[in-house]
Ligand binder design. Structure first.
Ligand code: HEC
Length: 204
């Protein structure tokens, strides 16, 4: 019994000496018996690394990235208005490309054609079903309308036309407007647009 107490006291002392170091600062690595995935193959930020061809561990932000906290909701491409003003933007504020135009045709045919018709003259299928008031989008008033105002009409609707903002993302709204402008242009051709050598045949 005497020895037991002695051994017990020594064991306690030993455990306290070895395990009781927690909280002390140490520059040495901790001994991990169960590493719990503490160490992994990974790229550390701001360090060079050969994994990517450019030798950096960090990637550059993808194009179109908006800095956290940066205001963007009032950009013309989301409002159709000049930032800070209520004026509508005159022209489409995104680059008009062939892809945008093709997308616009497709989106127009899905969202607008049933009412406004393939030529945008207001002769869609809905006319047959008593919807006789659909606007002819070749009216001079609409041809002269700023692109931003048409954007606003698509987003919020106007008069008897419902709002399509919830169905059509802003980029697609501009695509539709680009396509609508092409339809306008198709109706506004003048003789000067025809190549000279064909003008004579047309006049006949
Ligand atoms: C459900 C039928 C319907 C659909 C779909 C529709 N419109 Fe209309 N749109 C109308 C009607 C009806 C009017 C006339 C509203 C009025 O004057 O009260 C109108 C008017 C307009 C006007 C003229 C607004 C003005 O200032 O007088 C524009 C521009 C227009 N639509 C564009 C579009 C575009 C672009 C789309 C597709 C995204 C579209 N519409 C889809 C029914 C529709």
């Amino acid at each position: 019994m005497r020895y037991f107490l002695l051994i017990f006291a020594l064991t306690v002392a030993l455990v306290v000496v070895i395990a009781g170091q927690r909280g002390d600062l140490s520059r040495r690595r901790p001994i991990s018996i169960i590493p719990d995935m503490d160490k992994q193959m990974k790229l550390l930020p701001q360090k060079d690394d050969t994994f990517f061809a450019d030798g950096r561990s960090s990637r550059l932000p993808v194009p179109g990235t908006i800095a956290q906290g940066a205001p963007y909701q009032d950009w013309p491409q989301y409002t159709g208005r000049v930032t800070g003003l209520t004026n509508f933007v005159e022209n489409i504020p995104v680059p008009v490309t062939e892809q945008l135009m093709a997308r616009g045709k497709q989106r127009y045919e899905i969202n607008c054609l049933p009412c406004h018709g393939p030529q945008a003259d207001g002769n869609g299928i809905t006319k047959k079903y008593a919807m006789a008031v659909v606007a002819n989008l070749h009216e001079k008033r609409i041809v002269l309308m700023p692109d931003g105002e048409i954007f606003n009409t698509i987003t919020h609707g106007k008069g008897l036309m419902g709002a399509y903002g919830a169905n059509i993302v802003p980029e697609d709204r501009w695509a539709i407007i680009a396509y609508l402008r092409a339809l306008h242009r198709a109706q506004l051709g003048v003789m000067e647009d025809v190549p000279v050598e064909h003008q004579a045949t047309l006049k006949k």
